[in-house]
Write a protein that binds this ligand. Sequence first.
Ligand SMILES: Nc1ncnc2c1ncn2[C@@H]1O[C@H](COP(=O)(O)OP(=O)(O)OP(=O)(O)O)[C@@H](O)[C@H]1O
Length: 322
Amino acid sequence: MAEQHFLDITHLAKRFDTEHGELTVFDDVSFGLDKGEFVCIIGHSGCGKSTILNVLAGLDSPSGGEVYMAGKEVRGPSLERGVVFQNYSLLPWRSALSNVEFGVRARFPGWSKSRVREHSLQYLHMVGLKDGAEHRKPSALSGGMRQRVSIARAFATQPQLLLLDEPFGALDALTRGTIQDELLKICAETHQTVFMITHDVDEAILLADRILLMTNGPHARVAESVKVSIERPRDRTTIVHDAGYYPIRTHLVDFLVSRSRELSDRDDAVRDAGHTREVQAEAMAPVEVDPAADARAEAAGFARPHAPDPHAPPPLKAVNGN
Ligand SMILES: Nc1ncnc2c1ncn2[C@@H]1O[C@H](COP(=O)(O)OP(=O)(O)OP(=O)(O)O)[C@@H](O)[C@H]1O
């Protein structure tokens, strides 16, 4: 297969045998990622985002199709692909620092103890864990701090590809915002290639170079690749004032409100008629959003009133050093 991108996913399919028969979660997912790109994927619950991420991680195998990274087929897990899940997955008997060191040692077995320590501390500091917090066990850290340790560990191992599965989904709004800022900073410094699942359109616009939009499952697919052409560095508190922000947001919300279902229904009709949908191998040109995008989403109550208000008071919960 000719490599077009750093990561190439072609005609990926996943079917599960369930008690109700075979479930085709997706049967033709194709897209690519370039080196250093930050790509978010959005779609309704159950369309198969985590399944795709697990296949990219090598934790699950596809029922069809191929994944190539740097020209090599992905089969099974590898330290070249780091994963951060929503539930932290830290070793509970080790301190924050020791959790990071554990990952770094596995990745760089030839490194001296002091080099491993220095490197691990550097990444813990990057995510704001210092002043003794790095020596605490996960049980003595807040949810936000634990997720920071997971992120530090993933970045510290310098994988070629970082896979983030809703890493901030369980965090309160203020903690989430702070860690998003830290993630932006680390990505600017490391040029890490990232594939991230999120349900939060504002988070996707803040972080991503490109946002992939999935139709509803079953038989889901990546239907659009939306370019986020807002300049970097981006600032969470001012990004909403960028002229490109609301058109992109409206485009994404409109997809989630109506196009994802319309496209799924159309795909179903094509399949029911016994035809094969014409494949768009993700030569899929990234969509540049029209500034005068349809306002249907706003009518559905999703648009501006729900955008992050940088002047809103922080949620009460968010104190514990996050
Ligand atoms: N091991 C399994 N056996 C049977 N069905 C499965 C299995 N794993 C996932 N599924 C089904 O595959 C579909 C896609 O699941 P997946 O978790 O990938 O969706 P998702 O888009 O990540 O959802 P969410 O946004 O809710 O996390 C769902 O219908 C789920 O029930």
